[in-house]
Structures are given as C-alpha cells and as structure tokens.
Ligand binder design. Sequence first.
Ligand code: ADP
Ligand code: ADP
Length: 219
Amino acid sequence: MIIVSNIVKKYGNKIALDNASLEVKKGEFVSLIGPNGAGKTTLIRILLTLMKPDKGEVQILGENPFRNKRIFKEIGYVQEIPNYPPFLTGRQVLELSAKIRGVDKSEVKRVLEFVEMENYANNPIIKYSKGMVQRIAIAESLLGNPSILIMDEPNMGIDPIFSLKTRELLNKLKRKDNVSILMTSHELEDVKKLSDRIFMIYKGKIVFTGTVEDMVKKF
Ligand code: ADP
Ligand code: ADP
C-alpha cells in the first residue's frame, strides 16, 4: 500500500531523512516511533505530497503520488488535535470537509457513528474536550472511506479517560482489514497494543523494523 524507498530529505545542511525506507502492507497497522527531531513529521509530509524528497521514491497503491494526485483521495490524515473553527458544530465541520473533498453528505452520518459522536454532533466545537475534538478529526479522516490512514500522534495531549476512548477507536480501525494505518506516536502503550509492525527512526535513519515481540527482545 505504501512503499518508501531510500528517501533523503535535507533542510539546508540539516539532514532530516537519511536513506529511510519502509513499507506498509494491506490491512497492516504500522507505528513509526522515535524521539523529537527524528524525522517523523518530515516523512509524513512527504507521504502527503506536501513536500518533495531530495532523493528516493514513494509509491502509494502502486503509484507515484507526486505524479498522480488522484492517490491523495485514498489517504485519510489525522493531525495532532486540529484547530477547528470553535463555533461550528462537529457536524458542520464534517459537512464542510465532505463538501471540500467531494464526498457524499451521507458519509457524515456514517463517520459520526463510527467515532460515537452522534449525540454531540450538534454542539459547537468549543464545548468539546480535546478527546472529542480528536474523535471528530478521526471521523474527518474517514470521510470517503480511504484505504490508507496516516495518523500523527493521535493520542497527544489528551486526558487519560479520553485517551482510552481514542485507543478504543484505534483498535476498531485496526480491525477493519481493508484499511492500512501508519501512526506516529510517543505513547508506547498504544504502539505495543496496536501495531502489527514497528519502525523506529533516529536521526533520519530507520534503525529498527519488526514486531512488538521483536522490539521487546531487542531493547
Ligand atoms: P519529528 O517529527 O520526528 O520530531 P521532524 O521531521 O519534525 O522530526 O524533524 C527532523 C529534523 O529536521 C529535526 O532536526 C528538525 O529540527 C529538522 N527540521 C524539521 N523541519 C525543518 C524546517 N522546516 N527547517 C529546518 N529544519 C527542519
Ligand atoms: P514534531 O515534533 O511534532 O515534529 P516540531 O516541534 O519538531 O514538531 O516541529 C513543528 C514544525 O516546525 C514542523 O512544521 C517542522 O517542519 C518545523 N521545524 C522543526 N524544526 C525546525 C527547524 N530547526 N527549523 C525550522 N523549522 C523547524
């Protein structure tokens, strides 16, 4: 579903990705972990075609996403707690997003149900907890039923009880075998419970690839 081959990316002289390669297979839940500054965000921005690599190749669903913009429709992206307009309701946010993406309006109901936010959908965002905003963000990424989900720190800055809810949702997503998921996380508990495989990145290099069991054995 995703193949990243030997990507190099520099900011001036600073190397952010140093010959990084990874692969996400169909239905797989993969986590990308590593300390701050390791290159996680840079890799995600390249996958979202927001930035071109200096060297190397990206393939998504067998295509080069920089050449075939249609591929972008197959990717749902969840960012770390988005800044939605505070006075719009959750439903309005999703309706707007569906419109922009050219996704049928009926999708809004489906994704609200998936994240269990139907009962709060008519409240303004300003009344939501961070966890609820995050659930709307996850709902947004699911509009149009993309086959790939990219999630940047989906559990960051959320209080434990809501974090539990997010984790439950991530588990529910993992069980959908037609969706491949790439998540970045600092939260080792999530990573251990959810990941089929883990990629560890350090100073722009992928320094470890394997299952959770492999990781526990090694470190
Ligand atoms: P992570 O997401 O793992 O924290 P990043 O991809 O944000 O890592 O950053 C990788 C490296 O590239 C870091 O050393 C960071 O300081 C540097 N970097 C990221 N963005 C820029 C930028 N726009 N200009 C210069 N350096 C950057
Ligand atoms: P994260 O750890 O979530 O990647 P960062 O705080 O590292 O977040 O980066 C936030 C933003 O700042 C990113 O858009 C990144 O590209 C940019 N950035 C990071 N490091 C630098 C840097 N040294 N110079 C310029 N921009 C940077």
